[in-house]
Design a protein around this ligand. Structure first.
Ligand code: FRU
Length: 521
């Protein structure tokens, strides 16, 4: 009898602990993260087989969209959608990191946390240079501070909210009178704020996600917002619209010929399946966006399957003048199932944006920031026969029109896994073929070949391939066509060779190893 009681006591104590454990995901998440990171990451930070060496990944747990990209007092800030407690989407908060060169990031504590049943969804950060909001504490003549505009998700609706920081983004205070916009809608999110000099007010770009509409608001102080106009439906409408952005860009670098780019992501219904980014080109005078193209025209930012929720940096100094954006390298089809350990999700290399006018109209071009060149290490190597492929590499490929059908490079390993990056001459198209890139189990949407149109320029085509353990970013003709894909080989892809066209007159591939930004080998 006594024995049974003792057993009984142990069992019920266990049950009690288990129940508490389950109702405290935060606690259980923290403990398992600690155990996992000590076991797996502790010895070898950023050295796991699939962990990129030059792309941003969270120290642990789940990450999706980049948020609040802003330059302030010498630092680029990267906030990101983050589950601090687990490796799947949930408990959304804003993770945070800073960098002085867009590549070497320092992790900082979570900036904005889920609270009172309200998750912190995507949004943006602006520098309120003249304290229009009244949130900034004036110090030594400096009246500026950072203000975040984010979506609060909870209690059956999505609303727009503010938080501010007076210590260069290190600590944040949620505005006591949140929300600042409440339409009582379930799908109203992802505010991107910017100062519109022409109308001398703040403009907020949001989506009415399931109506396939962008809704613009205006405000003098970031707190009181009036509706300005709606744009859409237009372009691709096969899924909800998310993460809008709006910015001006000169066409072919000409400051007297400026167009506005309205970027709208879509999930599902993107070109390669699942989630992806489309954009519109037009005019914006401060109130409404006028599309230069017919509503039926769809323009895709990237022809791969893994480039989503792009956001451009706010407040890059005019002397620099670049419009730089980053995107999340994943797809909602399988984001929660990526076969990485301790962490999930990667951000793209920051890309500089431009507009180029061609025979089929004006198009967005994207190139990796020039800062990336500084990571090139060792000697440039000409790829002739099969050579070793470093864990992260920058490869410049030049192709010449010739007698070949397909030309490009095969990245492979001894296990027979391979990724092929190349051009098919007759279409012509740029492609990334990851069908044979993983011998192990993979999500059914993973094995695929992705392609986008390219053109010969005077019989030549140039391609830049960034490879980073589990990331492939490919830019053709200085970013006219871009393909971004994750790859999950079961052992490192460690060799590279031509698949054809390599012997064509003038074909060349030059490779540099890229040094890790995490100090990892
Ligand atoms: C895009 C998105 C956003 C939302 C966030 C939630 O990937 O769905 O619309 O704010 O992720 O994590």
């Amino acid at each position: 009898m006594r024995k049974r009681t003792a057993v009984h006591r142990v069992v019920s104590a266990f049950r009690r602990t288990w129940r508490t454990w389950r109702t405290w995901p935060a606690l259980s998440g923290l403990v398992s993260t600690f155990v996992l990171s000590t076991l797996v990451m502790g010895q070898a930070p950023y050295s796991e087989p699939l962990r990129p060496r030059v792309h941003f990944t969270p120290p642990q747990n789940f990450m999706n969209d980049p948020n609040g990209l802003v330059f302030y007092k010498g630092e680029y800030h990267l906030f990101y959608q983050h589950n601090p407690f687990g490796r799947e989407w949930g408990h959304m908060s804003w993770g945070h990191a800073v960098s002085s060169d867009l590549l070497h990031w320092t992790h900082l504590p979570v900036a904005l946390r889920e609270e009172d049943g309200i998750m912190i969804f995507s949004g943006s950060v602006v520098v309120d240079s003249n304290n229009t909001s009244g949130f900034c504490r004036e110090e030594r003549g400096d009246r500026s501070c950072l203000v975040a505009v984010y979506t609060g998700h909870g209690h059956g609706k999505q609303t727009q909210n503010l938080a501010f920081s007076n210590d260069r983004g290190r600590t944040w205070t949620k505005y006591a009178r949140n929300p600042v916009i409440d339409l009582g809608l379930e799908n109203f999110r992802d505010p991107k704020a910017f100062w519109h000099e022409g109308s001398r007010r703040w403009v907020l770009v949001t989506v009415l996600a399931d109506q396939h509409k962008v809704r613009f608001f205006g405000s003098p102080d970031l707190k009181r917002w009036e509706v300005l106009s709606d744009f859409g439906p237009a372009g691709a409408t096969g899924g909800v619209w998310e993460c809008p952005d709006l910015f001006p860009l000169p066409v072919d670098g000409n400051p007297d010929d400026v167009r506005w780019v309205l970027d709208v992501d879509i999930n599902p219904g993107a070109l390669a399946g699942g989630s992806g980014g489309q954009y519109f080109i037009g005019r914006f005078e401060g109130t409404r966006f006028v599309n230069d193209n017919a509503p039926g025209v769809t323009l895709w930012a990237d022809y791969g399957k893994d480039f989503y929720a792009t956001l451009s940096f706010s407040d890059v100094p005019p002397a620099d003048g670049r419009r730089i954006w980053m995107g999340w390298i994943s797809n909602w089809l399988y984001a929660n199932e990526e076969p990485t350990v301790t962490w999930r999700g990667a951000q793209s290399i920051p890309r500089v944006l431009g507009l180029r006018r061609g025979s089929d109209g004006t198009r967005l071009i994207q190139t990796p920031v020039a800062e990336l060149d500084r990571l090139r290490t060792g000697r440039a190597m000409n790829i002739g026969s099969r050579v070793p492929l470093p864990a992260s590499a920058d490869v410049a490929i030049e192709l010449a029109h010739g007698e070949w059908q397909e030309a490009g490079l095969r990245l492979s390993n001894a296990a027979g896994e391979e990724v092929v990056v190349g051009v098919r001459a007759d279409v012509p198209e740029l492609f990334v073929d990851r069908r044979k890139s993983r011998a192990g189990p993979a999500h059914k949407e993973y094995r695929a070949r992705h392609a986008g149109p390219v053109r010969w320029i005077d019989g030549r085509l140039s391609i830049r391939l960034l490879f980073d353990r589990s990331v492939v970013e490919v830019f053709a003709n200085d970013g006219e066509t871009v393909i971004t894909d994750r790859v999950y080989p079961t052992s490192p892809l460690d060799r590279i060779e031509w698949i054809g066209g390599g012997s064509s007159t003038g074909a060349r591939a030059t490779m540099w190893e890229l040094a890790s930004v995490w100090g990892a080998r």
